[in-house]
Design a binder for this molecule. Structure first.
Ligand SMILES: [Fe+2]
Ligand SMILES: [Fe+2]
Length: 382
């Protein structure tokens, strides 16, 4: 057992050593705030001679530091969603009439979350409606799936004032959307074409970068000009890994199901029937999203070749319709929690049977009511 004098001497040396390390860091001009960890301290003695030629012993100290930033940032950064293994189930294809193909159109999903008082994630999308959409795709086994856009809500990147309850939810949104992309591919099977139109909410991500960090706009992994820029929905949600075509450029982007029918996200919102606003300006049939309401209207015009009928329809939405998705009608309480409110929104999807080229098509509205739908006599429940 060391005696007291020896203990005090060791403690004194330790104190001296800490003082020397502190002096050295200060003399080097390093801000202690920037130090992440001290990985090694060396202590040795140097011999020199003074002006009179007498030997002098000097205590020397060497310190190996690593900066704080070597461990990465302490705050959560936005990352790609988790990778998923897709095992498409083999399903017998629903029989389409000879020469016809099928398309399923999925409207605004608004995947997103807010945080409850205890900090738990509460979805603004509707898992029950999503489950029905995925089950329907498994039944139809379509040739084409079109997502009209607004599949992520991204309120943190919005230009509008936002309750703090929506903060720190973007990574969870990206993770859920990535898993949804895998579920979609697994349900549709490997041969279906899946097209994902960017809506105004997907465009929030590049817009946010443009407004707040322009130098980061369009950055890609090194030597990968074919890849999507990193801070985009298709990169973060791994859409290429599931062979999903992402179509940016809202509101100019569109998908043609055939030469008579196109799909857009849409930017028109009317107090009455938005379908009639489209019919007034369009010359071909159109499916649009964005308004979150189910609509269907048609117009027949006289032409030199005879009468021509076009339709305008909205499948509705797949998000929650109870005020949890931030909207002009929504409100929050004094804790920032979104209030329950009845939005004039309806859930649903569309199934379109069509001929390619300048061919015929038949749309089927499939409304969803509280986790329940019916398609061609088959019940689908969440
Ligand atoms: Fe939307
Ligand atoms: Fe929209």
């Amino acid at each position: 057992m060391p005696d007291l004098a020896e203990f005090e001497s060791t403690a004194g040396q330790r104190k001296k050593l800490v003082g020397k390390v502190a002096d050295l860091i200060e003399a080097s001009g390093i801000d202690p705030e920037d130090i992440g960890s001290i990985s090694r301290v060396n202590l040795w003695q140097g011999m020199s001679k003074d002006d009179d030629g007498n030997p002098q012993v000097t205590d020397l100290v060497g310190v190996q530091l690593s900066p704080k930033w070597a461990d990465g940032p302490a705050w959560p950064v936005v990352e790609q969603g988790p990778p998923s293994v897709v095992r498409p189930t083999k399903v017998a294809k629903a029989k389409s009439p000879e020469g016809f193909k099928t398309c399923v159109v999925l409207p605004d999903i608004q995947i997103g979350y807010f945080r409850s008082m205890s900090g738990e994630l509460v979805p603004t999308h509707d898992e029950a409606a999503l489950s029905i959409a995925v089950q329907l795709i498994r039944l139809v086994v379509p040739d084409l799936v079109v997502l009209v856009g607004d599949n992520l809500d991204l309120p943190e990147l919005s230009k509008y004032r936002l309750s703090p309850r929506f903060r720190d939810t973007t990574q969870a949104t990206i993770d859920r959307t990535t898993t949804f992309a895998a579920e979609l591919r697994a349900a549709a099977g490997p041969d279906a074409s899946i097209k994902w139109l960017a809506g105004n909410h997907e465009e929030r991500l590049p817009n946010y970068i443009t407004d707040n960090a322009t130098a980061a706009f369009g950055l890609r992994k090194g030597n990968s000009p074919e890849d999507w820029p990193i801070l985009t929905v298709p990169f973060l949600c791994r859409l290429d890994e599931h062979n999903i075509d992402f179509l940016p450029g809202y509101p100019a982007n569109k998908v043609w199901i055939n030469e008579r029918l196109k799909v857009v996200h849409g930017h028109k919102v009317s107090q009455g029937s938005t379908a009639h606003t489209y019919l007034a300006s369009e010359r071909v049939s159109i499916i649009y999203g964005h308004i979150h309401r189910r609509e269907w209207a048609e117009q027949t015009r006289d032409t030199h070749e005879g009468k021509r009928t076009i339709l305008a329809m909205s499948p509705g939405c797949l998000c929650r319709t109870d005020g949890r998705v931030p909207s002009t009608k929504g409100g929050v309480d004094h804790d920032g929690i979104p209030m329950e409110v009845t939005e004039n929104w309806q859930q649903g999807v569309l199934v379109v049977t069509y001929e390619e080229g300048d061919g015929r098509f038949i749309p089927e509205q499939v409304p969803i009511h509280d986790g329940w739908a019916m398609w061609r006599g088959r019940e689908i429940t969440a």
